[in-house]
Design a binder for this molecule. Structure first.
Ligand SMILES: Nc1ncnc2c1ncn2[C@@H]1O[C@H](COP(=O)(O)OP(=O)(O)OP(=O)(O)O)[C@@H](O)[C@H]1O
Ligand SMILES: [Mg+2]
Length: 493
């Protein structure tokens, strides 16, 4: 058989008994555990003891993924070790996935029968799937990657895996065999984008084939084993209707956002980490006309524009020799030579802010970008500091005038303490008074309602009563002033 090592399996090993999925009675446990330990201890030294620096588990509620018990993991380790002794994994990796999986299945079934492991068919099937995932895929991450409701996967060393579902972070029972397996899987992920992660280059950004965004930071920088963070790519992107259904924005607020998108109003989306900025930007791009030429610049392509005339650009990190980097600024500058009608910047975080403002100022109306900030005002301040730190020697008054002349609207996204994501402000940038930028809120999310019995924040979106926003003339130019007036009137009631 391909990949099989010459040393045959020892047939006379002690039987391994798979424990039931959820051990109801603790009594049979020592009996079942003893032979497993024996069998595992004989061929190889125990892989990893609990790292001394890991804080003792405080046993917060764990989310069960796949309902695996401790005994299951023990049995799996035993069988996995026997598998590694039997086959040559490097040869296996040369096979196509299906043949390799077939090969693994054959050998694992053989091991199960030789070691006399007692398992139900379902348990055996789960074990086979897990082992195939370990050898060929992303191991224990696979069941998490398969779920579309998970927004983020956060791995803090081999034994702590957190997920974010519905805005809440939860600890799971998913774990890696040891830190070596975790590093191995990190390596597998980043090698797909031609990168390497090890002690010499311990920080790496990558992407999964499905588009999910990955960051790895490995020891010695991360102290308790590699830290892996995955922002899952959502296949079915949320639409503005979904945001209304989730009460992230009111129907009238959504209408105003639609008008902002359609009337080519320069927009900045501000918000904290994971607050829904990119999702909102994606929704806003849905209102762009199909005959407009749009260029998107992102660090990792997340936006899914539906228009036919879109050019998607992505930055590039430096290679292992530290060369070949293409920054966001390079992309935005290059955009200007590509005859864009709108420029969409996934995330503004550095000196490209200057180029984006210039673009907004010079006939690329309707350009958009996101940035990290906790309020619209803070967002504008951040733009100013990005430009200052980018080495532009301009007086702050000039920079502020430039900001005011370019950005029309700031939309604030937030993830609230109950896990819900809301659009908390739709704010207009009006002008400067002396050295200060003047803004005006059109919509705000009012959280004065307190909390319900489940801890959910009771609040509502309300208009601030502005009947004629500064972009009124623009809305009229695009024939949308009646819709705008109706939405603002309805919201004011
Ligand atoms: N209004 C919403 N209601 C529910 N879920 C949402 C909402 N907006 C976004 N999400 C989900 O939250 C997760 C994070 O969203 P998104 O990527 O847009 O955030 P972000 O602010 O761009 O994050 P980052 O700062 O990491 O770039 C995604 O899984 C997305 O589907
Ligand atoms: Mg984002």
């Amino acid at each position: 058989m391909f990949g099989r090592r010459t040393a045959p399996l020892e047939a006379n090993e002690a039987p391994v008994k798979a424990a039931p999925k959820k051990p109801a009675a603790p009594a049979p446990k020592p009996k079942a555990a003893a032979p497993v330990k024996k069998a595992a201890a004989a061929p190889a030294p125990p892989r990893v003891a609990k790292p001394a620096s890991t804080p003792a588990a405080t046993a917060p509620d764990k989310v069960e993924i796949g309902g695996r018990s401790d005994e299951y993991f023990q049995t799996k380790t035993t069988i996995f070790n026997a598998l590694i002794d039997t086959i040559d994994l490097s040869q296996l990796s040369q096979l196509d996935t299906e043949t390799a999986a077939e090969e693994i299945r054959d050998i694992v079934n053989e091991i199960i029968s030789i070691k006399n492991v007692q398992m139900s068919i379902a348990e055996q099937e789960a074990l086979l799937q897990d082992i195939c995932n370990d050898v060929l895929g992303y191991g224990p991450l696979e069941p998490l990657l398969a779920r579309d409701d998970i927004a983020d996967i956060m791995v803090n060393g081999s034994s702590r895996v957190f997920i974010e579902v519905g805005g809440k972070i939860q600890l799971t029972n998913v774990r890696f065999r040891d830190n070596a397996q975790l590093m191995n899987i990190c390596q597998r992920i980043v090698s797909q984008v031609g990168r390497r992660v090890d002690e010499a280059s311990p920080i790496c950004d990558a992407r999964l084939p499905d588009g999910s965004r990955v960051n790895v930071i490995a020891p010695p920088l991360s102290i308790d084993g590699a830290a892996l963070t995955i922002r899952k790519f959502k296949k079915d992107k949320l639409t503005m209707n979904d945001l209304v259904n989730f009460a992230s924005i009111s129907p009238e607020g959504a209408k105003v956002l639609e008008i902002i998108g359609a009337c080519r109003i320069n927009t900045l989306i501000s918000g904290g980490t994971g607050s829904g900025k990119t999702t909102l930007l994606n929704c806003m791009t849905g209102f762009i006309e199909h005959d407009e030429r749009v260029i998107t610049c992102e660090d990792a392509a997340e936006l899914q524009l539906q228009q036919p005339h879109v050019v998607r650009l992505e930055t590039r990190p430096p290679n292992l020799e530290g060369q070949g980097e293409v920054t966001m600024r390079d992309l935005v500058k290059n955009c200007l030579r590509m005859r864009p009608e709108r420029i969409i910047v996934g995330e503004v975080r550095g000196p490209e802010a200057f180029d984006l403002l210039q673009a907004m100022n010079t006939g690329h109306d309707g350009s958009m970008g996101t940035l990290h900030a906790n309020s619209p005002r803070e967002g504008l301040q951040r733009i100013e500091s990005m430009i200052t730190m980018g080495g532009y020697n301009l007086p702050s008054k000039t920079i502020r005038e430039m900001i005011v002349g370019s950005i029309d609207v700031v939309i604030q996204a937030a993830r609230l303490r109950d896990g819900s994501r809301r659009i908390t402000h739709i704010t207009e940038v009006l002008g400067t008074e002396g050295d200060t930028i003047i803004t005006q809120d059109l919509f705000v999310y009012d959280m004065d309602g307190g909390e319900d019995e489940n801890g959910a924040i009771i609040g509502r979106h309300k208009s601030t009563g502005i009947a004629r926003p500064a972009f009124w003339d623009r809305a009229r130019y695009y024939g949308k002033e009646a819709e705008l007036a109706a939405a603002l009137d309805a919201a004011a009631e």
